[in-house]
Structure formats: structure tokens, C-alpha cells
Design a protein around this ligand. Structure first.
Ligand SMILES: CSCCC(=O)C(=O)COP(=O)(O)O
Ligand SMILES: [Zn+2]
Length: 210
């Protein structure tokens, strides 16, 4: 199991926020990020902060139940991060992006409960994939303000064979994870890129792109 010191997690999370904001995937305070710490607690972003302008004080610690360990208010979506650490003991970092592509895709296909990514060379960026001749399923769950509702839906989808280390929340955004921050960044970047490529492909097929 990968785990970091709080100091390392803080600086890594600040940097990740700048990077995701630079991509346009963290607008208007959206998104949240976490890292599993070596003492069994978790570093997570403070709720409501602009993720492109985080300082180290905007990264706090929670225990395994989500209780604040330093008096700050954790992300409203902390329970979704903790659910992933609970279900996948090897996960060391979880990132949540809010791209217009992820939102647009899930709103355009309101009945879909999953999106299959198949045949992309970019699939090799996902842990364990060595060829484009494969497919992964990106589960899609409906949004809710009750994190337990999202957790209950996504936990059952993610244990299915072929699930990506990522899932979409409809009209909301993307969650992705990895053994550490670097791997979680690669998952988010690869999945966001494949979604963008497939939306472009849909546009070409419909004759709506030049
Ligand atoms: C304007 S973003 C709405 C809340 C959200 O979806 C999000 O990712 C950020 O919430 P947090 O409490 O982590 O700041
Ligand atoms: Zn969100």
C-alpha cells in the first residue's frame, strides 16, 4: 500500500490543483484531491477552496470515518474518496476533475450506466494495460448530494471485471485514482483525453466538426 507523509501530500496536492486548473478541469472551486497518509489518516482538500490557488493550509487531515483531525472543513465529497481507499487497499491517491467534456458526455447519454473505452493507444496509460487491443468500462452513476447514495451505486460497478480505475458522476465530473499521486494524475489525464477524443469522433461522424 502506497502512503505518504503529510508534508509530501500537501505539496503534491497543491501542485496537482494548479495542474488540473491549468487544464480547465477545476473551475470555480470544483474538484477535490486526497492522499493516503502513512499514519492511517488521509490528506484531503479543504472544502470550497479554488483548487488552482491552493496553499498548503488548504490541505487538511481526516480520519478513516471522515472526521476532521485539525478543525478544518473537509471536502463535501470526502466520503467518496474514503470509499475508494476502503474498497481498494492499494490506492494511495484519489483525484476528482470537473471537465466540460465529462459533464457533456454524461448529460448527452442520460440512460447510460457506463462508457466503454476501446482500441485507444492511450489505454496503455492505465495501470496494467500493455496494448490498445483491450477495453475498459468507465462506470457512470447519477449525481446526488448524498455521498452514501453515490458510494452504494459506484462500489458495485467498480468491482466488475474490466472497470477502469475511474468513474463518472453524471452532470458532475470524473473520479480517478492510483497507487500514488503520479499514477492518479496519469489516469485522470488519460481518461479525460479519451473522452475528448471520443466526443470529437462523435462530432466527426455527425458531420458537426470541420
Ligand atoms: C462548485 S463545485 C461544487 C462542489 C463539488 O462538486 C466539488 O467538487 C468541490 O467541492 P469541495 O467541497 O471539495 O470544495
Ligand atoms: Zn465535484
Amino acid at each position: 500500500m502506497a502512503a505518504s507523509s503529510f508534508a509530501e501530500a500537501r505539496s503534491g496536492i497543491v501542485a496537482v490543483g494548479r495542474w488540473l486548473d491549468g487544464k480547465g478541469w477545476a473551475p470555480a472551486t470544483s474538484g477535490n484531491y486526497s492522499v493516503r497518509l502513512d499514519d492511517g489518516s488521509f490528506a484531503v482538500t479543504v472544502s470550497g477552496r479554488h483548487k488552482g490557488r491552493l496553499t498548503e493550509d488548504d490541505v487538511m487531515r481526516v480520519d478513516v470515518s471522515g472526521a476532521s483531525l485539525d478543525g478544518k472543513k473537509p471536502s463535501a465529497e470526502t466520503a467518496l474518496h474514503l470509499a475508494l481507499y476502503r474498497d481498494f487497499p492499494d490506492v494511495g491517491a484519489v483525484l476528482h476533475s470537473h471537465s466540460s467534456n465529462a459533464v457533456g458526455l454524461t448529460r448527452a447519454f442520460p440512460d447510460l450506466t457506463g462508457w466503454t473505452l476501446q482500441g485507444h493507444e492511450m489505454l496503455k496509460a492505465l495501470p496494467g494495460n500493455t496494448t490498445h487491443e483491450t477495453r475498459v468500462i468507465l462506470p457512470i452513476v447519477d449525481n446526488s448530494q448524498d455521498m452514501a447514495v453515490i458510494d452504494a451505486k459506484m462500489s458495485s460497478l467498480l468491482v466488475k471485471p474490466g472497470s477502469a480505475p475511474a468513474y463518472l458522476i453524471r452532470a458532475h465530473g470524473l473520479y480517478g485514482w492510483g497507487k500514488d499521486l503520479a499514477e492518479a494524475e496519469r489516469v485522470i489525464e488519460a481518461v479525460e483525453w479519451m473522452i475528448a477524443a471520443e466526443l470529437a469522433e462523435i462530432g466527426f461522424r455527425n458531420g458537426s466538426a470541420a
